[in-house]
Design a protein around this ligand. Structure first.
Ligand SMILES: [Zn+2]
Length: 88
């Protein structure tokens, strides 16, 4: 079985290519989902890690994701590639 792929910005699973963002040349991104990334750029380039945490919690609450899963996703955010660069 192939290992699960997660968006390196919001931690959403992106095993399904239809959920992936696009690179500058239109190819599906290997790293980011379509909600974070399009045409080789972040859709909200000035977003901070704290803003992303808030958004992930809000989206997951809307989808009635269990609290412990939400917590795990939020804890994983700082380890993702997008936020590694932001933390100096
Ligand atoms: Zn994403």
């Amino acid at each position: 079985m192939e290992s699960m792929k997660f968006c390196q910005s919001c931690s959403m699973p992106i095993d399904d290519v239809a959920l992936r963002g696009t690179e500058f040349d239109g190819a599906p991104s290997e790293e980011y989902c379509k909600y974070c990334y399009a045409h080789g750029m972040f859709i909200q380039p000035s977003m901070t890690l704290d803003e992303m945490k808030e958004l992930v919690v809000k989206k997951m609450n809307e989808q009635k994701v269990p609290e412990d899963i939400i917590e795990a996703a939020v804890e994983r955010l700082p380890d993702l590639k997008r936020w590694q660069r932001a933390i100096q």
